[in-house]
Design a protein around this ligand. Structure first.
Ligand SMILES: [Zn+2]
Length: 251
């Protein structure tokens, strides 16, 4: 399909008015495939906004079932979803919101073994995993395929996000020291999280994803920090380490 239907023109009317989107951009979104790793506090809003914007193919992977303690921040889920695999509840909700797009829910984890099938046909990966190991696996497998990815993490009242370019000219996740990678990543289950903080980071990831898919420049390799309680926001440019085990010159 190389044009929009009347129904699609009506659905996307507000964003089609933007010169940054326009008809060409909408077609780009429609042709795009995004993998979202995680269907929790980041993955729910990210997939909702990407589905809403008309990203044509969204694949989401998560091993968990919906729990009562998820509901304060994973607001797409209802009490009736408790015990249901998250990806099943999420994709049915997204499909109900936008019947035009292709949704794939996969119950499982992103790791070195599953990455092959999960990355098939994907243009961009969004990390919504709450797992440092998953991020390391995403970094390695997307680097091998020259794919970009958007890291995101939120815990307590603060979070961070980073966009990694396809060839890691701006450095990679492995370039971060292990102390930096682990910072604030003790996990929401242990440390707690305020719902809108997850939403705040998810919105940054969603916006960066749309910008990338629309062909706009991104700030690659910049570590963005946001503390939603203290109202403190900062950004540090990552430096690619020559001795990095993944993207270093010796590899
Ligand atoms: Zn690196």
């Amino acid at each position: 399909m190389d044009t929009l239907t009347d129904n699609q023109l009506a659905r996307y009317a507000r964003q089609l008015l933007l010169p940054q989107v326009d008809l060409d951009g909408q077609m780009k979104l429609q042709r795009s495939c995004v993998l979202v790793v995680g269907a929790g506090g980041l993955g729910c809003p990210v997939t909702q906004y990407l589905a809403g914007a008309g990203v044509g193919h969204i694949r989401v992977v998560d091993p968990d079932q919906v729990e009562l303690s998820n509901l304060p921040r994973q607001v797409v889920y209802t009490e009736a979803d408790i015990g249901v695999p998250k990806v099943n509840a999420l994709t049915s909700r997204l499909q109900a919101a936008n019947a035009d797009i292709v949704l794939e829910g996969r119950v499982g984890r992103f790791d070195a073994d599953s990455s092959q099938g999960l990355l098939d046909g994907v243009d961009l990966v969004i990390d919504a995993s709450d797992s440092n190991q998953a991020r390391l696996d995403i970094d390695r497998s997307t680097y091998e395929r020259r794919l970009p990815w958007l890291m995101g993490a939120a815990v307590q009242t603060a979070g961070q996000w980073i966009a990694f370019d396809p060839t890691r000219q701006g450095g990679c996740y492995h370039c971060l020291g292990s102390a930096e990678r682990d910072e604030g990543q003790g996990g929401c289950a242990a440390l707690g999280i305020l719902g809108p903080v997850a939403g705040m980071i998810a919105m940054q990831q969603s916006l960066a994803a749309l910008k990338y898919l629309l062909g706009a420049p991104l700030q690659w390799g910049v570590v963005h920090y946001a503390d939603g309680w203290a109202d403190e926001y900062s950004a540090i440019t990552l430096s690619a380490r020559p001795d990095c085990p993944l993207c270093g010159s010796g590899n």
